[in-house]
Each structure stands twice: as C-alpha cells, then as structure tokens.
Design a binder for this molecule. Sequence first.
Ligand code: DGL
Length: 270
Amino acid sequence: MAVGIFDSGLGGLTVMNAVQARLPDVAFTYLGDNAHAPYGVRDMDDVYELTRAGVARLWEDGCNLVVLACNTASAAALRRMQEAGVPEGKRVLGVFVPMIEALTERRWGDNSPPRQVSVQHVALFATPATVRSRAFQRELAFRAIGVDVETQACGGVVDAIEEGDMILAEALVRSHVDALKRKMPNPQAAVLGCTHYPLIEAAFQDALGPDVKLYSQANLVADSLADYLARHPDMVGEGQGLRHLTTGDPARVSDRATQFLRRAVTFQAA
Ligand code: DGL
C-alpha cells in the first residue's frame, strides 16, 4: 500500500520528486496517463472521466490516498469526485489549495473568512482548461479580498514538454509571458498553475524578470502532504520505495522522465 500520485503525464514528477524528498519513508506509486496527455485541451467531462479512471486504478492498486498532482484534473474533477462520494477508506486531494494558502499567507486548513493580503496583482499561467474552469479564482475568493488575477492560458507548452521539445516550450513561455504583460504590465507574483511548468521554471522567471515572485507547487504540496499524513497516519501505507506506472509507452516515458529528473526513472505499463 502506497500513497498514489496522479498526473496526465510527466508534470506530476515535479511534485513526486518534492514529496519523496520530504517524506523519504513513505511508499509512493506514481501514475502518468501519458496515453491521454495533454488534458489541458480537453473538455471538463473528458478530464473528469480520465481522472476518475486514473484515481480508481490507484485505489484498486491499494493506495488509500491519491494526490492529483495536476491542476487541470484538480480543477475539473476534484470537487465533482468528492461530491459523488469516494469508496470507504479512500481519499483524493488536489494541488490548488496548498498553493493558494501560501499566496494568501494562511496556515494549512485555516478556514477563516477572506481577508486583505499583501499581494494584489497576480498572474496565473495554466492550461486552457484550468483557466476556463476559474477554479483558481474561486478558491482564492474564499480566502482573500482585493486580489487582481490576470490569467494566461499557455497553449502548446505541455505538448512540447511531453514531446521533449524544450526549445519550443521555452519559446512558447516567452510569448505567453509577453501576452500576459500586455494585460497586466507589472504583476507582483506569478503562479505556475500547471505541474509541468516547474520543468521550465527558469524560462518563466527569465521572461518575467527578477522582481516577480514565482509560486510553484512542488514544495508547497510536499509540505501540506506531510502535514496531512501527520494528522491522518492511517493514510500512510506500509513499506517504502517508489513505483512509476504509465498508460503510455513505458520505454518512451522512462526516457523523458530520466531526461527531466536527471536520474534513472523506470516506468512500467499500468
Ligand atoms: N500537469 C497538468 C496540470 O497541472 C496537466 C497538463 C495537461 O495535461 O495539459 O495542469
């Protein structure tokens, strides 16, 4: 039994890496739905069905807790899955809330009314589906008042990363940052609202300039997962170690993952 980490493809590895470093004694099973990536250009029902199937696969595999290490899946499916009801003893969590809590200077699980926060102009970079869902603004409105959010749907970036074409991914980042700056010339903070984007975080920081504070999810999710597991020890599985599963071609996905993480990663067929 392990904690499950789910993403449409390779992006969740940024979260996987951080949670494993933070919780080295916990066993994890990663599932990338590479056969169906990218999710960000699909409609909400489609993303919901794919996410539900992926999470069910990890639950069947023995994971009691599954983290959606994917903003698009979190935006389209998390609330809907929780409202539909999860099987006895199983849980699913997303990646949005930890990031918004960091941005709004809240401690994990602080549900007090929304209040004024220091950051007022925030740029959100995410997939077209996440931007369309407005889930980020909704979660933010529960916690903060007076924050101006400008969004930029970063079409093409996830495809380029999944294909391993980092030159294209970086060129697309520059053009998406330019487009954002035409709408919001001086953002104070920028949120990388897609778990693939930390793989090209330097390109975002470079295009935005050194004065813009970047929020990226991996470490924030790792901290909040550590906190959650301390409060719910029954959700920590037994054993140790890490398994990687994919719905795509294991050899191809292993190559890309090894290239991104700069260490050998071996995927098996899901
Ligand atoms: N990494 C994902 C996210 O955080 C999904 C990207 C995609 O499949 O389009 O949104």
